[in-house]
Design a protein around this ligand. Structure first.
Ligand code: GAP
Length: 513
């Protein structure tokens, strides 16, 4: 646990030190759970968004994109169920006056038991060495099975109580498990209450004539209300999808995991409209497709797992998370939801407008069913960033900090470094940079010894360093150094562009799907 916390602290400080993420309004001591993306962060974020957009929109002729407004007619949120049901169960500690999400307290308790399982696994792996079979151990070891059963029982009871709105039982569970305030150790809890997560604001000049509106808590509703507009103007045939990326806002109470849970964040969502009765097939299809997208980035299959929901949201008939192994354990990265016809039907009812599709093959109209894929861009950023940050022991006894970002996502693809700041080397280096920058984000650096500059680029996540030396003036060749292997190669300047392209081009990564 302490090791995890250490790793997470390193992620936070590295993100700041290397210009990825800053706390919002830091000079005023920041605003809780709100963050700004800095000069490198904004590039990484854009590259993740593009990687998603290309995979979802450009590569699917039956998926198109939109960009709906953050502010929507307030009835939208009545219809979607967010006004009545977008709540978190909160509990206050009477001594510390701190407020917590009751379900998160219980989940954290279970995560601690999971930590015990991990310890047993690590111990056994050490004992059995190469002969160790993790799957077999997890399936047969008595202590591990006991821990797992405890987790399952707790989560099943919590899921059932939340589904039945039995908040008394949620409190009882917290008491039975003797869960204490993580900050003070106090077990003096209030009742559990529901709290709506939407941010409200007013539209209009005066208090009398103003209308209460909400900052959207998900981008999906902008897609639902535009369903027929897009279908008709795009002459879309079912099955088809509408994709969107954009800001969403939630008044999160648990706000302590950096950009994992923010009050203002960005979602990348796609609603796939299908014939009623085929939703199960499409749900499975999108689960598989989305996992493949993640795996194409090469961040390790062992770092992903599916978690099928026991407790379904008010709109879903099936739902699963793709969980990722963050520095604080496996947590939700993306949701795949079979949302039925709930949203379109509700908007029909509240707007009085038909939101139906005429199926020529069936010769009838119907309200389509929807399978949704929904991923938080900031969460994906954290997954990529934390997974990439590594400390490596080198052969010469030193260590290096390296940010092994997938090259396709790296903010800068290459840094051009003249060996010295004289003898015409900076001029050649600048010329190389000016040629390459038409195709890639390229960085120029001539300060400090070249070894120090390599380290700086390693830590910033730049996949290639191109060094211009005195031989370059003679043979038009440069040294290209690979961030991950530190391997250095001599190549012709004229070959640089093609070489870098092979490594960073979206096509070459997405084709791994
Ligand atoms: N339209 C469905 C929907 O919004 P969700 O599970 O509430 O479903 C989808 O959110 C994704 O959005 C999550 O898997 C997560 O990646 C991201 N997300 C949700 N709340 C977030 C928050 N407070 N901060 C950052 N990302 C968040």
């Amino acid at each position: 646990m302490a090791k995890q916390e250490d790793q997470f602290k390193k992620v936070l400080s590295h993100a700041k030190e290397y210009g990825y993420v800053f706390q919002s309004s830091e000079i005023y001591d920041g605003l809780s759970a709100v963050y700004d993306y800095a000069q490198n962060g904004v590039e990484l974020k854009k590259n993740i968004r593009d990687y998603w957009w290309k995979a979802m929109v450009q590569m699917h002729e039956n998926i198109v994109g939109i960009d709906a407004s953050i502010l929507m007619h307030p009835t939208t949120w009545k219809a979607s169920g967010h006004v009545d049901a977008f709540n978190d169960p909160l509990i206050d500690n009477k001594d510390s006056k701190k407020r917590y999400r009751a379900d998160v307290l219980i989940e954290d308790y279970c995560a601690k038991i999971e930590g015990k399982i991990d310890k047993e696994v690590a111990k056994a792996a050490k004992r059995f060495g190469e002969a160790f079979n993790k799957e077999e151990f997890l399936a047969t070891n008595g202590r591990v099975l006991g821990y797992q059963e405890k987790i399952n029982t707790i989560l099943a009871r919590m899921g059932k109580s939340l589904e039945n709105e039995d908040l008394e039982d949620v409190k009882l569970l917290i008491e039975e498990l003797q869960i204490a305030d993580p900050l003070t150790g106090s077990r003096n809890w209030t009742e559990v209450k529901q709290f709506n997560l939407m941010f409200g604001t007013q539209i209009g000049a005066s208090a009398d004539s103003s209308t209460q509106v909400y900052l959207r808590p998900e981008t999906a509703q902008g897609i639902f209300v535009n369903f027929l507009n897009v279908q008709k103007t795009g002459r879309m045939k079912i099955p088809f999808g509408i994709a969107q990326t954009g800001k969403a806002f939630r008044n999160e109470i648990v706000a302590r995991q950096f950009i994992f849970r923010m009050r203002e964040f960005e979602q990348m969502e796609m609603q796939f409209f299908v014939k009623p009765g085929t939703q199960k097939k499409w749900y499975e299809n999108w689960k598989e497709t989305r996992l493949k997208w993640h795996l194409s980035l090469g961040m390790g299959a062992e770092n992903y797992r599916f978690h099928d929901h026991d407790k379904l949201a008010h709109y879903a008939d099936a739902a699963a998370d793709i969980e990722f192994k963050f520095p604080f354990g496996f947590k939700e990265l993306e949701g795949i939801h079979s949302r039925t016809d709930f949203d379109l039907k509700a908007h029909e009812e509240y707007s009085g407008k038909k939101l139906q599709y005429f199926d020529h093959e069936e010769n009838k109209s119907y309200v389509p069913y929807v399978v949704e894929t929904s991923i938080g861009l900031d969460r994906m950023f954290l997954a990529v960033f934390s997974n990439s940050l590594q400390e490596e022991a080198l052969e010469n006894g030193t260590t290096r900090t390296v940010l092994k970002l997938p090259a396709v996502l790296a903010p800068f693809k290459a840094a051009v470094l003249p060996l010295v700041k004289k003898d015409g080397l900076p001029e050649v280096a600048r010329k190389i940079m000016n040629d390459l920058k038409w195709d890639f984000n390229v960085f120029y650096d001539e300060k400090d010894a070249v070894g120090k500059r390599y380290r700086r680029q390693d830590a910033a996540g730049t996949p290639f360093c191109i060094t211009v030396d005195h031989d370059t003036l003679e043979d038009d060749s440069v040294t290209i150094r690979h961030r991950d292997t530190m391997e250095q190669k001599r190549v012709k300047i004229s070959e640089l562009k093609e070489m870098i392209k092979q490594e960073v081009e979206v096509k070459n990564w997405l084709q791994k799907m």
